[in-house]
Design a protein around this ligand. Structure first.
Ligand SMILES: Cc1cc2ncn([C@H]3O[C@H](COP(=O)(O)O)[C@@H](O)[C@H]3O)c2cc1C
Ligand SMILES: O=C(O)c1cccnc1
Length: 349
């Protein structure tokens, strides 16, 4: 797909330049540990050292529902997706609180919310309505989406991301809201990695052991049907918000804009994006290490070190938003710290 062809690789020479610069700064070598690795990765992604300091972060919350909700894979009613969309637009969700804390803008994209909702014209956060269908079909009984529907949601996510970048955003956190989406995310992760469902399926918002076992069995069966082609696999078992987030990853990566990932759904989406465009890996950063087991499998597969480890299990983009100050700090060090100069230890006694 055209989106995937536009993603450039990171530039190793820019990464090396950042690495060398760290060694010249007014501090002992390697004293900033993982923050230095982060600065190197940001420089490689940007193709420039020092990399830009991302001062206009945006969290793009893709919202959609899931036909598999009917299988009892989550204790929450499907209507919560719409109610939480309203909450996010009103500024009262966790992602809003955390975004205010780091100065991130929130954008909401409806790619398939099944329940009607109301967002006042003057809401603090607007919603872009681009519904592909009123939630996916039940992934446990057949394809959740057609490939055309998955591609539409992916294009909507890419378009919304480009709109945010055109408006000045310089860092993207893909977030989501979709009751039952940890089931789709697990199925997608199993389909793309081949790990057993029992290792990749988590408890989501909180289910008992009997429900979890049923969720595992359902994920195993559905993932086994998924074709090898990434977009077709996403259509078979994924969700509309996963497709939109994959589009967001590709659109940001195409412009060398860092993408800071959050929970299991954003990681499942990133896995598809990297399968479609391997170069997009060079623009990905893991905001945190989620509690969900499937998320941890993706981090390993993509070789992404996580910035925070807080046992978060929420989604919405929260764990990505929390890591934004670390990304800014890593870039800022490369811009603002003095050089060692005459403080450099001399070889003379
Ligand atoms: C009130 C509420 C707010 C949320 N914010 C994010 N999620 C998270 O939980 C859902 C996925 O979990 P599961 O697969 O177990 O349904 C997604 O909407 C995800 O964003 C929420 C869930 C609830 C209930
Ligand atoms: O890790 C996540 O993103 C997550 C976990 C539980 C429920 N919703 C999201």
């Amino acid at each position: 797909m055209a989106l995937a062809a536009e993603v450039p690789r990171g530039d190793p020479a820019a990464g090396r330049a950042a690495h060398d610069r760290h060694a010249q700064l007014r501090k002992p070598p390697n004293s900033l540990g993982d923050l230095e690795s982060l600065g190197v990765a940001l420089a490689a992604s940007a193709g420039h050292s020092p990399p830009p300091i991302p001062l206009s972060p945006v969290v793009l919350v893709a919202a959609a529902d899931h036909g598999v909700h009917a299988r009892g894979v989550t204790p929450w009613p499907q209507t919560i997706t719409a109610r939480m969309l309203e909450t996010i637009c009103a500024g009262g969700a966790t992602v809003n609180a955390l975004a205010r804390g780091v100065g991130a803008r929130v954008r909401v994209l409806d790619v398939g919310v099944a329940t009607p909702y109301t967002v006042p014209d003057r809401a603090p956060v607007a919603v872009r309505r681009a519904p592909v269908r009123a939630g996916t079909r039940d992934l446990s009984t057949g394809p959740a989406l057609t490939v055309g529907e998955a591609a539409s949601a992916m294009r909507a996510g890419a378009a919304e991301t480009r709109a945010a970048l055109d408006a000045g955003a310089d860092l993207v956190v893909p977030g989501e809201m979709g009751i039952a989406n940890t089931t789709a995310a697990a199925a997608l992760i199993v389909a793309r990695t081949g790990v057993p469902a029992v290792e990749a399926t988590g408890h989501g918002t909180g289910i008992d052991e009997a429900t979890w076992r049923a969720k595992v069995a359902l994920v195993e069966t559905a993932a086994a049907r998924a074709p090898a082609e990434p977009l077709a696999a996403l259509a078979e078992v994924g969700g509309l918000e996963h497709a939109a987030m994959a589009g967001a990853v590709l659109a940001a990566a195409a412009r060398r804009v860092p993408v800071v990932l959050d929970g299991v759904s954003s990681l499942a989406a990133a896995l598809v994006a990297v399968d479609l465009a391997p170069a997009s890996r060079d623009h990905l950063f893991a905001g945190h290490r989620p509690h969900e087991p499937g998320a941890r499998i993706v981090l390993e597969r993509l070789g992404l070190p996580s910035l925070l480890d807080l046992e978060l299990r929420l989604g919405e983009g929260t764990g990505g938003v929390l890591a934004v100050p670390l990304v800014q700090a890593a870039a800022r060090v490369l811009h603002e710290v003095d050089e060692l100069g005459e403080l450099a230890p001399s070889s003379e006694p």
